[in-house]
Design a protein. Sequence first.
Lengths: 411, 411
Amino acid sequence: MKKIFGNAVVGQSGGPTAAINATLAGVVRGVLDNGKTIAKLYGMKNGIEGLLQEDLIDLSAFFAGSAEKLCILEQTPAAALGSCRLKLPKPQDDAAFYERLIAIFKKYDIRFFFYIGGNDSMDTVAKLTAYLETSDYEMKVMGIPKTIDNDLLGTDHTPGYGSAAKYIAVTMQEVLRDCAVYRIPAVTIVELMGRDAGWLTAASAVGRITGGMEPDYVYLPECVFDLDKFLSDVKSALARHPNVVVAVSEGVCFANGRYVGEGSQSGATDKFGHAYLAGVGKVLECAIRESIGCKVRSLELSLPQRCAAHLASDTDLTESAGVGKAAVLAACSGVSGEVMAIARASGEQYIVSYEHHPASSIANGVRKVDPEFCVPEGNNVTDSFCRWLLPLIQGEREMQYQNGLPVHLTF
Amino acid sequence: MKKIFGNAVVGQSGGPTAAINATLAGVVRGVLDNGKTIAKLYGMKNGIEGLLQEDLIDLSAFFAGSAEKLCILEQTPAAALGSCRLKLPKPQDDAAFYERLIAIFKKYDIRFFFYIGGNDSMDTVAKLTAYLETSDYEMKVMGIPKTIDNDLLGTDHTPGYGSAAKYIAVTMQEVLRDCAVYRIPAVTIVELMGRDAGWLTAASAVGRITGGMEPDYVYLPECVFDLDKFLSDVKSALARHPNVVVAVSEGVCFANGRYVGEGSQSGATDKFGHAYLAGVGKVLECAIRESIGCKVRSLELSLPQRCAAHLASDTDLTESAGVGKAAVLAACSGVSGEVMAIARASGEQYIVSYEHHPASSIANGVRKVDPEFCVPEGNNVTDSFCRWLLPLIQGEREMQYQNGLPVHLTF
């Protein structure tokens, strides 16, 4: 692996998380620590979109000598550099697009490219890497994963997931307390994010192993959803106690593959062709009202799942920063075309290390919840899942507040 | 005012808040400090409903010598004793109901009655007081307000409001950051609680005076909602920047008095005859999609507004406990039939004191947002509102966590 010298650029892409800026802080620290290899770090505003417009920030200057600013960056939710959802063309379809990029890299002597994002962003890393193999421009390209969905391949878990899981786990404890105050039979349906994988919804159950409360049932996209079975589950829970709470993923599907929430939506899709989903909670609320007739309500935890930085997991923030810094170290030592990952050591103690895998093997795959984490009945997660999750939500960072509100960083 | 001696009972009623247990802790502390007047404190499970079934807990024994337990109680959301929504009959309509209550009071030598609740609970206090005036049973009855809605008369603000407002203010900052990451024109509608008064929705704007962000517009039930004006507001905001965020109260009404969200609901009412509301966000989302056609989404902050104890305002918790303790002191000194209130001293410095007013003057009234807190255009709040609110959301209590989740108390 040949070592090179020059400037670096970092961008953020895809949906925000509470920890994506911790990764950015990790990249900044990595660059500041490797001044012999990387002279200057640029930040692209709004990912590749901003890079194409040369909308760049000199992050080396911005953060020079200010550890304080980096701490504030770490506690700021959503992509501080801005994000985009630009899907790159295939190199063989649009070489001119890549030539434009290379011209910009040359202009700023950018020899290191760090892209923090989810599945679609790792596709950007894979395509840029593929193009560079056909070009004589030498650049190291590293993908650094972030997604609250935890659905990336090749990593024990994704940076950003632990904080989202902690928000869900804590909020579910609070909602369960709220629901427990009345004696009137009532069903509360909590709809959680997770289009293709149930990792977020599964997090709602973790109170079970900590002496807390847990929802009666948990429905993940990994298990076929059967409406009759669901109503029978709810009835049996109502027979046990008056306050029934179920957690359900937005992505649950019937046996025919149709989303349960699909009936309530327009069938619109986003730029990547993902079906636009919302409303499984409302669909199930109506079904319970019609067939059981008890008090019922549904709620979505919605955007705070991905941006509630005030409740970030300290473990997640530490790892998110760690993986960013490790990406810089890897690139400086000559690695390219790889995506960072978190490896967990086997054994009782929670120990992680940072590694990397070829972007081409990661991009566009979806990691589902492991089958052994779902109960055979398909209506809950196992204790083994809760034990797997628990280390990821550990620790509360002491956040800086001013005037009663958390301090956030803006560029 | 004649002083009496005996036992006390405390209950919680109405919707939960993040601070209702801090008030319970204040009552416990007040009783423990006044052992010469009050021998024992009972807790009614599920308010008056539990009292009628003699479902009582000996709180004096439970908390004896455990300051730790009281701290955990203070950070536990939702009514730890359980709640109810039992509306008491009028004394003249059902004397037998009150005779049953008096028999239970006599059986347990209960001479002090503390009821922590919202508007409907203060109605309970007023009715019980009215009945006692016709009875020879001597008992001191005190109402202690709690409601996230801040819509009680006679108090500068209600215990519980500050924490809900802090949750909304912090979450709005995070949502605004989240919405700011893309360059694509998009409208985000955040629907907030508040059936009759806009205090909660108004809290979304406070970032304006703290150097934070603020929604483009804020719509309260106090101002007539005009759909054309709303769409024109949104269009003018989109002309200024791509990421438009508006906050809207669930209770906004058209000029004809109909709820904007009404079209999407069944018209069902709750036990107190309040219209069941939800869905103004979805109604406005559809209106924007149809008439403007840009990307649009709506979200409800939902139950966490009233149960997110992990983000409680330290000021609110302190005052909520303080007002509970002050209620005990007042009752021990002979006061009865009154509802506690928080008075704010005039002047720049934030100083509060606890006072009390006759329950009959408080119950069933609704305190709207002051007209001078709304801009003349009816689509935002004034800076003076933000300055009024700011002291109430100050301070973050160091919460006890275990295994990554906040510790909660259960009886």
